[in-house]
Ligand binder design. Structure first.
Ligand code: HEC
Length: 113
């Protein structure tokens, strides 16, 4: 029974990523000034070592931001000094909305059918 409940919780949390709002995500990236490094179109970063984000899969983007919040010591965390501080102030809703917005932008990262 416990296992079934845990499975349901995982499914629900995946579904939550699909709940991002594109307009709210656009407002959030402006508020947090994400374009300063990732570029106005999120497809032309200011430094070639910074990743392109436009069009990237929504669940990947959300997962990456949560991983930066966890940091290198957290389970499935990412340790990066720059993005660690960028991700810190984001709420769970911010992350979902930002992921939805960035995914909606035209980019070359993901093949579209
Ligand atoms: C000061 C520059 C800077 C700012 C501002 C910035 N980023 Fe980043 N971002 C980076 C760098 C550098 C990396 C690569 C870090 C690494 O190697 O893990 C990165 C990585 C990412 C990734 C992971 C991409 C991938 O392919 O794995 C995401 C998602 C992301 N940033 C989103 C954001 C969002 C959303 C904001 C605004 C809240 C933001 N960034 C603000 C520099 C920045």
């Amino acid at each position: 029974m416990k296992k079934i409940l845990a499975g349901a919780a995982v499914l629900m949390s995946f579904n939550a990523f699909a709940g991002g709002n594109i307009e709210a995500g656009k407002a959030a990236v402006q508020k947090f000034n994400c374009a300063a490094c990732h570029g106005q179109d999120f497809n032309s970063p200011v430094d070639p070592s910074y990743p392109k984000l436009a069009g990237q899969h929504e669940d990947y983007l959300a997962h990456a931001l949560i991983a930066y919040q966890r940091g290198a010591d957290g389970a499935n965390g990412r340790g990066n000094a720059i993005m660690g501080s960028q991700a810190k102030p984001l709420s769970h809703q911010n992350i979902q909305d930002i992921a939805a917005y960035l995914h909606s932008l035209p980019g070359s990262l993901v093949l579209r059918k």
